[in-house]
Design a protein. Structure first.
Length: 435
């Protein structure tokens, strides 16, 4: 008996000892290694549409938006007996653009320009964006002031901007605190910048002072009743600073016509041997507004620039004024501050779609009579310019446009014989591609 029970007892003991080891091996094989990832990395998202090309991470924290702008223009001057303008074809703007977002709250833009035979940086800035109501921008950007200048030239119904931009600062380097609230019903901007001359951009500060710029703009009926007032926007902007020019950089810039011809400039050494420079306070003010309802669009602004200038022992505070009113109508689409929006893209097979925008503008530039003849030559610079323009633009879609404009500008002064400069009749054309 005992000899028979021993083997059975040993076998049973072996089974009991082996069971926990087998169970442990089963658990080890069922559970993943500690170093194995729990989820696979999500691939990036690539989007290509009418709005452009976008590459982003799955959570949209990192976004790249390659963009571009190309404008091929024709510029022709009719009845130009004095040959003040040159008939030409030109690449007005050629801009590769890179927009993006980093970590979900830092936006950036880099936009060089290779148009008109130049190579410059137009925009180069970053936006720290903790929320829509507050953003901090640093770098090179448009000074928050002129309404038409703040509208992208890709969306303007006219090929060239109005005479008001002669008194408006363009792009500058500095810091800007800006934001919006209530779904865009109000917007504000506060900026500290180096300080631009009227109608120009700067690359660096020419003195030890800075300009302050402030702008508020409201669309009080946006998203509210009555619906026809939702496109009403009203605002005001101001800049103030001290500017002091030098012999190498006067702090002053020439003013140009719609056809981009110089119509006013301050005296330089070549004129009388005396040089006019900015010397003291520079103050600008502009009330502005727009109204868009369905196919109808209206934009208006007034600009006043007051600046102290100096030449030798003569000093003066000059007051210049400019204003414009532009109306437009879109056939086959909707008018907006962001440009005409076709109801449907143009189809070359059926010859349907697209939008035709027709616009008209009246604008004026009035220069202080005190500028003549001590600070400007009346035989070369006009004291007043008034112009009327009509524009037609066919938008195949949001990205391709063909435009034809005619502008006539009449002048007071500016002729070598002491009379009035001959009127400018400019015929402008454009083929535009944006993506």
């Amino acid at each position: 008996m005992s000899t028979l029970r021993a083997p059975a007892l040993l076998a049973a003991t072996g089974l009991l000892l082996a069971a926990p080891r087998a169970h442990a091996r089963a658990e080890e094989s069922a559970s993943p290694p500690a170093s194995a990832p729990t989820t696979a990395a999500r691939p990036p998202i690539i989007s290509i549409s009418e709005e452009g090309f976008t590459l982003s991470s799955a959570d949209k924290a990192f976004v790249l938006k390659p963009r571009g702008q190309l404008q091929g223009d024709g510029r022709f001057f009719l009845a130009d007996t004095d040959r003040t303008g040159t008939n030409t074809f030109l690449i007005r703007r050629m801009r590769p653009i890179l927009d993006g977002t980093l970590f979900g709250f830092i936006d950036f833009r880099l936009m060089p320009d290779f148009g008109v035979g130049q190579s410059i940086i137009q925009d180069a800035f970053i936006d720290f964006r903790p929320g829509e109501w507050v953003r901090l921008r640093a770098g090179r950007f448009k000074t928050p002031f002129g309404l038409e200048l703040l509208q992208s030239d890709m969306d303007n119904p006219f090929i060239e901007r109005s005479l008001t931009v002669d008194l408006v600062p363009n792009r500058d380097e500095g810091l800007e605190l800006h934001g919006e609230g209530e779904g865009g019903r109000w917007q504000y901007s506060l900026a500290v910048v180096n300080g631009d001359p009227d109608g120009a951009s700067t690359d660096a500060n020419i003195d030890d002072s800075f300009d302050l710029a402030a702008r508020v703009f409201a669309l009080p009926f946006k998203g509210r009743a009555p619906s026809f007032l939702q496109g009403l926007g009203l605002g005001i902007a101001v800049t103030r600073g001290l500017q002091f020019g030098t012999a190498t950089n006067t702090g002053l810039a020439p003013f140009r016509s719609t056809g981009q011809q110089v119509i006013f400039s301050y005296l330089g050494n070549a004129d009388t041997g005396e040089l006019v420079t900015a010397h003291g306070q520079h103050l600008r003010l502009t009330p502005q507004g727009h109204f868009y309802w369905g196919s109808f669009g209206l934009l208006a602004e007034y600009v006043r620039s007051s600046q102290e200038v100096r030449t030798a022992d003569a000093r003066a505070r000059l007051h210049h004024h400019a204003w414009q009113t532009a109306v437009s109508w879109v056939f086959g689409g909707k008018a907006s501050f962001e440009g005409a929006r076709p109801t449907k893209p143009f189809d070359p097979k059926t010859l349907t779609g697209g939008a035709l925008e027709v616009a008209a503008r009246y604008h004026a530039l009035d220069l202080d009579d005190a500028a003549f003849p001590r600070f400007a030559n009346p035989a070369r610079s006009v004291s007043e310019a008034k112009g009327f323009g009509v524009a037609t633009t066919f938008a195949l879609n949001r990205r391709v446009r063909f435009a034809l404009n005619f502008h006539r500008t009449n002048y007071v002064g500016g002729a070598p014989d002491g009379g009035d400069r001959a009127p400018e009749n400019a015929l402008l054309s454009r083929c535009q591609l944006t993506f």
